[in-house]
Design a protein around this ligand. Structure first.
Ligand SMILES: Cc1cc2nc3c(=O)[nH]c(=O)nc-3n(C[C@H](O)[C@H](O)[C@H](O)COP(=O)(O)O)c2cc1C
Length: 293
């Protein structure tokens, strides 16, 4: 299927794009109008765009239904300050409740049952229940159009962040497993980021991998090793050579049983290397694959 965006209705564009560009973190934006009325609404068109200066952007779009603007947008144009509260799993239902189209002037802190906590540098209050709260000033609001669904980039500079102590590990590092972010996908789908679905991918910043094109053909054309497996193997900074001290019982067994049948041996070695790669044992996987030479 090929989608030409210009042929789609605004609601269809939103439907497809929200499924494809996902998951999106959620900015729970607390803003205030010039009379002092507080507003609290979630926005998943949101991300980090610069760390120095520290810039995040979120986008209240013009309502698809009637092409009107959101109260959050109107507020930041009046008072260019926003408290951005990060949404975690324990807050998701109340956050969704805050997204109802309450009339202008209704305080969603009250409607959704969140506790306002005074910020230290800006007027809008923070959400006490959020474990990461950012005090931001709005640098610029950039309209992306006047049609239903058009976004408005609210470009914010983060001035101060309040982080809950419970998110730190004993060595004072942020423990990603403890945050439990939720993120928005297409339609009504959300996901939670927790220990069950987190994984690490090692990426040495200063060293350059040899690249898939440098892998021996027998590895590159393997019917057993996947793209992820090849990605790991090709991320070494130089092509490994046979290490005579590498001593592995399973490798010996494979050579002993399948030595007379090179095709079978290759299959077994690739299967074993794949298993090693699954647990991050790249050096060992390379030694197993080099045994074919
Ligand atoms: C998780 C979540 C994410 C949302 N993301 C956006 C978004 O990125 N942009 C947007 O315009 N509306 C988004 N909405 C809808 C707004 O929150 C909703 O229109 C809200 O009523 C706006 O409030 P306001 O008019 O008080 O600013 C989202 C809703 C939810 C529940």
């Amino acid at each position: 299927m090929i989608l030409d965006l210009k042929d789609l209705k605004p609601v269809e564009k939103q439907y497809y794009l929200q499924h494809f560009i996902a998951p999106r973190p959620i900015c729970f934006a607390s803003t205030i109008d010039k009379k002092g009325n507080v507003n609290l609404s979630p926005f998943s068109f949101f991300n980090l765009f610069s760390s120095n200066p520290p810039i995040v952007v979120f986008s209240p779009v013009r309502r698809i239904r009637n092409n009107t603007t959101k109260h959050t947008l109107e507020n930041v144009l009046e008072v260019p300050e926003v408290a951005i509260n990060i949404v975690t799993h324990d807050m998701v239902q109340q956050t969704s409740l805050a997204s109802c189209e309450f009339p202008k002037g209704v305080n969603e802190f009250i409607k959704a049952g969140f506790t306002p906590e005074p910020a230290t540098m800006i007027r809008p209050p923070m959400v006490k229940e959020s474990k990461i709260k950012m005090e931001c000033k709005v640098l610029e609001v950039k309209s992306l159009g006047h049609e239903a669904g058009s976004g408005n980039l609210v470009i914010c500079e983060i001035m101060r962040v309040h982080v809950d102590d419970s998110l730190f590990s004993a060595d004072k590092k942020i423990d990603q497993r403890k945050i439990n972010h939720v993120a928005r996908l297409g339609a009504d789908w959300y996901c939670v980021v927790n220990e069950n679905n987190l994984f690490e991918v090692e990426k040495p910043n200063t060293e350059i991998g040899i690249g898939i094109d440098s892998l021996p053909l027998s590895i590159r054309n393997s019917k057993i090793l996947s793209g992820n497996d090849l990605g790991q193997l090709a991320n070494v900074k130089e092509e490994p050579v046979i290490d005579p001290s590498f001593d592995d019982a399973r490798l010996k067994e494979i050579i002993q049983y399948y030595g007379i049948n090179p095709d079978e041996m290759e299959k077994e070695l690739h299967t074993y290397a794949k298993k090693l790669l699954k647990t991050g044992k790249v050096t060992q996987a390379w030694q197993v694959l080099l045994a074919l030479n």
